[in-house]
Design a protein around this ligand. Structure first.
Ligand SMILES: C[S@@+](CC[C@H](N)C(=O)[O-])C[C@H]1O[C@@H](n2cnc3c(N)ncnc32)[C@H](O)[C@@H]1O
Length: 324
């Protein structure tokens, strides 16, 4: 498929290039913010699974750059917003990790601190500290906490998708998905009184993608993050501790947990599943833009090199056999 036809088929892909975003996902975060105002008062934020960096760009443009340009930057104030959390619905491992990042409330700094983590390196973004590492590794979490001087994050965003690299029968995957998602909901409700699933307008209807927006982090009384794994193991299991009210009975009868599901972004705006005509195409002057910043070391790079080398090798063999 040519770039221009993708521009036509995917309006958010085209708009992302026009507005300088590294990926169309930027619009998802912007539309979630339109609905939930997630950036209000945020001074410390973690972007999990950040590469190629469009969400980090949003954080930089929404938080860092305005603060840097503001004449009031440098003012010192106390800050007490309760942390929030937003992440793509995937698995409870992410919940475990994210909770590591939410440790202690402390004083405000000068400019907002943005820490972005990914397995992949990414090109620099103004005001964004990059940590290359695995979000499921506690050492990565410790690194981030060090960047925050031991303070708690106000906001954690995560756009990671589980790496399903093995073939699994789809019906099993579906059942597994339902199971994982119900576990996830229980885990989230344990830590956040307000949980909403959001579907931004820029997320295709044809995709089952949705984002969990979790507000007002309030862990169970006496919660010690060192016991997190033990606690989450109990979530949804019939032997779950009574005092945590996290038994599987939660999902039955009158105890059933309902999570609001909200569409967000301008609902009369661009539809991500629709094709739009390209501007100036009638005059034949439409110029498709290049992506703003392609991944700098994508995992598929080696595969492409090998493919290129092997097709070159085949051509070389063909040339030799013609010569002989
Ligand atoms: C959909 S992309 C994120 C796009 C990003 N939000 C943006 O706006 O540009 C998912 C990313 O998750 C990263 N990822 C997956 N598993 C990870 C892990 N365990 N630790 C860190 N990053 C991970 C991948 O390397 C990939 O870059």
């Amino acid at each position: 498929m040519g770039k221009a036809s993708r521009d036509k088929r995917d309006i958010y892909y085209r708009k992302a290039k026009e507005e300088g975003w590294r990926a169309r996902s930027a619009f998802k975060l912007l539309q979630i913010d339109e609905e939930f105002n997630i950036f209000e008062g945020v001074k410390r934020v973690v972007d999990l699974c950040a590469a190629p960096g469009s969400w980090s760009q949003v954080l930089s443009r929404k938080l860092f750059l305005p603060a840097k340009l503001s004449p009031a930057s440098g003012k010192f104030c106390l800050f007490g917003k309760v942390p929030s959390l937003l992440f793509a619905v995937s698995n409870d491992l992410i919940v475990k990790l994210i909770t590591f990042y939410l440790i202690k409330i402390c004083r405000d700094g000068d400019l907002p601190l943005i820490v972005a983590i990914d397995l992949q390196p990414m090109a620099p973004i103004e005001g964004v500290i990059q940590v290359q590492g695995d979000i499921t590794n506690a050492r990565t979490a410790e690194l981030v906490i060090r960047h925050f001087d031991g303070c708690k994050a106000d906001l954690v965003v995560c756009d990671g998708a589980p790496d399903v690299s093995v073939m699994i029968y789809s019906y099993w995957l579906h059942d597994m998905d339902e199971f994982v998602q119900s576990q996830l909901i229980l885990a989230l409700k344990l830590f956040f009184p307000i949980v909403t699933f959001a579907k931004p307008k820029s997320s295709r209807n044809s995709s089952i993608e949705a984002f969990a927006v979790c507000e007002n982090y309030s862990p169970p009384e006496g919660f010690n993050e060192k016991d997190l794994h033990r606690l989450l193991e109990k979530v949804g299991s019939p032997s779950g501790a009574d005092d945590l009210d996290c038994r599987s009975g939660w999902l039955e009868g009158p105890n059933k947990v309902y999570i609001p599901f909200l569409a967000c972004g301008d609902l009369s705006g661009y539809d991500s599943d629709q094709s739009y005509p390209l501007p100036k195409v009638a005059e034949g002057t439409y110029q498709s833009l290049d992506p703003v910043q392609p991944p700098i070391a994508p995992p598929y790079k080696r595969a492409l090199e090998l493919k290129k080398a092997s097709s070159h090798g085949i051509r070389e063999l063909e040339r030799l056999s013609l010569d002989s």
